[in-house]
Design a protein around this ligand. Structure first.
Ligand SMILES: Cc1cc2nc3c(=O)[nH]c(=O)nc-3n(C[C@H](O)[C@H](O)[C@H](O)COP(=O)(O)OP(=O)(O)OC[C@H]3O[C@@H](n4cnc5c(N)ncnc54)[C@H](O)[C@@H]3O)c2cc1C
Length: 297
């Protein structure tokens, strides 16, 4: 007789959908948006992927939020109100119930900014394991911008064409190292070391999975005009990909986050009293001036 305990009976209750379920990605394995000459962002999966006919992935936000109240399913119009309430009041966890997985190709100087967003799951192309493909970021001559005078981190307006051409020549020179990189790896230099000779304009690729709450955080920072234009291009494309899948949450994000404005205590006091902002700080004053202009004050 065996001493092994008897296996516990496996009981799985499977509830069949009462309405027809539809695929949020309409049966496609990939929704791809090309970015610049060599880059792309592709949506490759999402959760929930299957939703009841007539609904969107927003239903997962509502489903998880309603557990708090123990209420049954409500009408879609009430669902929209609930999603908007959650967004307005920073109730973030229901938005974490929706997830998106992307396949992205971007230059390394953009990947460095992107990877700072720590709440995603990432798996990147290995330049230790494989040769880096011959793909480099090279803007058009009209897109070579000047250093901004007002924003030390940014650029503004095109630089004169002569200087732009000189810069593009410098990029081309860096790219010309590529064949030497290949030759030296063929002669036995380890790929993990040889890659050090490549410029940061070379493209890398990764899979990036993140929940909707943290995607909104990413988008709010990276669709903002203060972000580098090249990463803004990716962020806008990402937003285009997720919007049809969770349109109610995206609408709430636009209304209560993207196009909203945060007022500080000093700013509220300045509006209330009609007095200037009570600070000597020039940057804070400039920010207040920009907000007043937006408010039409
Ligand atoms: C315009 C712009 C300019 C920037 N300039 C610079 C720069 O000059 N130098 C530089 O180094 N970085 C810079 N950054 C990067 C920036 O400081 C953040 O690292 C990046 O935007 C990621 O933001 P996050 O940490 O909020 O996001 P995520 O890492 O996605 O985190 C989301 C949220 O999760 C929480 N969280 C995540 N991890 C932790 C943790 N370990 N502990 C506690 N809370 C956590 C936080 O609330 C956080 O806001 C810049 C970013 C932007 C948008």
């Amino acid at each position: 007789m065996s001493d092994a305990p008897a296996a516990a009976p496996v009981l799985i209750e499977k509830s069949l959908p009462t309405t027809e379920m539809v695929d949020c990605m309409l049966g496609a394995s990939r929704w791809n948006i090309p970015i610049h000459e060599h880059g792309f962002i592709a949506l490759v999966d999402c959760m929930p992927r299957l939703v009841p006919q007539g609904q969107t992935a927003d239903c997962a936000i509502v489903q998880s939020a309603r557990v708090s109240y123990g209420e049954g399913t409500k009408h879609v119009s009430e669902d929209r109100g609930l999603v908007r309430y959650l967004m307005r009041h920073h109730h973030s966890t229901p938005f974490e119930m929706v997830e998106f997985k992307f396949h992205i190709a971007m230059p390394i100087f953009i990947a460095r900014q992107w990877i700072r967003h720590r709440t995603a799951n990432v798996n990147e192309y290995s330049a230790r394991y494989s040769i880096m493909p011959d793909r480099f970021y090279r803007p058009d001559v009209e897109s070579v911008r000047k250093q901004s005078k007002s924003n030390r981190q940014g650029g503004e307006g095109p630089i004169d064409s002569g200087t732009a051409e000189e810069f593009l020549k410098l990029l081309d020179d860096a790219e010309s190292h590529y064949q030497r990189y290949i030759d030296l790896t063929e002669r036995g230099v380890a790929r993990e070391l040889a890659r050090a000779a490549l410029p940061v304009s070379v493209y890398t690729e990764w899979y990036w999975k993140c929940d909707l709450h943290n995607i909104f955080h990413f988008l709010a920072l990276r669709m903002d005009p203060h972000a580098q234009i090249e990463i803004q291009d990716y962020a806008r494309a990402m937003y285009e990909l997720i919007k049809p899948i969770a349109p109610v949450a995206c609408e709430a994000f636009e209304d209560y986050r993207l196009h909203s404005m945060h007022l500080t205590g000093l700013e509220i006091e300045a509006i209330r009293s009609g007095a200037p902002l009570a600070t000597e700080n020039k940057r804070e004053t400039a920010e207040w001036d920009a907000k007043k202009a937006r408010l039409g004050l």
